[in-house]
Design a protein around this ligand. Structure first.
Ligand SMILES: C[C@@]1(CC(=O)O)c2cc3[nH]c(cc4nc(cc5[nH]c(cc(n2)[C@H]1CCC(=O)O)[C@@](C)(CC(=O)O)[C@@H]5CCC(=O)O)C(CC(=O)O)=C4CCC(=O)O)c(CCC(=O)O)c3CC(=O)O
Ligand SMILES: NC(=O)C1=CN([C@@H]2O[C@H](COP(=O)(O)OP(=O)(O)OC[C@H]3O[C@@H](n4cnc5c(N)ncnc54)[C@H](O)[C@@H]3O)[C@@H](O)[C@H]2O)C=CC1
Length: 191
């Protein structure tokens, strides 16, 4: 059984630190920014790869610190992602994060992670996060691609229509739920 609990974070209100500036750091930072272009994000690394620098150019709020990680970098953070090539450093960072109740993800080390990144389907305002409980990120990627393909773009119009109806509905909570269930009961997706 997959016991992970998915939540949808407002990354523009949280303060995230990525330790590292190479390929894995770019994968993690781009996963965050693809979903939350306004994410408040800092990367710290003595060396930033060219690809990382090019990608991050489009996100002026992202702060780059070109130096080795220091424990004071953890001050004021909500989330930490370790993405360097130094495993001992990751273990040390994770330890301090645990003391400070800071949520930490450590690349390639599920045992050290408080949370995993998911494969994410995006269609307008619809977002579906997929987890395989760490069993197969590649299968998660395949399922994402499948769902992206079968969910029609028109889902956004449906969502906007429902939002408009939702705002006009009168009555108590139960009555609203009944009306909304009635409105959506025949909804089927066809491509
Ligand atoms: C546990 C987890 C922790 C975390 O990273 O948060 C984790 C761990 C590891 N990933 C590894 C490898 C790969 N990861 C990917 C891809 C993704 N990995 C992601 C999440 C997660 N990866 C979390 C679990 C998610 C879940 O439950 O399913 C995705 C969904 C989200 C994202 O990272 O953005 C993103 C797909 C995004 C998309 O496209 O939809 C690919 C495929 C590719 O890149 O094409 C490969 C290579 C092929 C393979 O191994 O499958 C390795 C071995 C590294 C090594 O060999 O050393 C470990 C470590 C281990 O398993 O021990
Ligand atoms: N690239 C990939 O897709 C995969 C990588 N890995 C492993 O993941 C690790 C990282 O890989 P890459 O990102 O490709 O390496 P990389 O060489 O591109 O990046 C490593 C980054 O860590 C930073 N770093 C090193 N010491 C640091 C410190 N004290 N403080 C802050 N940052 C520090 C470096 O400056 C650099 O930015 C490696 O151990 C690699 O074997 C595993 C599977 C796949």
């Amino acid at each position: 059984m997959n016991e992970l609990f998915p939540i949808f974070l407002k990354l523009d209100r949280l303060n995230t630190l990525v330790v590292g500036g190479g390929n894995v750091a770019l994968e993690k930072a781009s996963a965050l920014l693809r979903n939350s272009p306004g994410a408040s994000l800092t990367l710290v690394a003595p060396m930033f790869r060219e690809d990382t620098l090019v990608y991050l150019k489009d996100f002026p709020q992202v702060i780059l610190c070109e130096r080795g990680f220091e424990f004071s970098d953890l001050e004021g953070r909500d989330l930490v992602i370790c993405a360097t090539d130094n495993r001992e450093l990751h273990v040390g960072i994770k330890e301090v994060c645990a003391e400070r109740h800071l949520l930490c993800n450590v690349a390639d080390t599920p045992d050290l992670c408080d949370f995993y990144l998911g494969s994410i389907v995006q269609k307008g305002d619809l977002k579906i996060a997929i987890s395989t409980n760490g069993k197969s990120p590649t299968l998660a990627k395949r399922i994402r691609a499948f769902l992206e393909d079968v969910i029609p773009e028109e889902i956004q119009e449906g969502l906007e229509g429902m939002e408009a109806v939702r705002k006009t509905l009168k009555g108590d909570f139960q009555a609203k739920i009944k009306a909304l269930n009635e409105l959506t009961k025949d909804l089927v997706f066809r491509k």
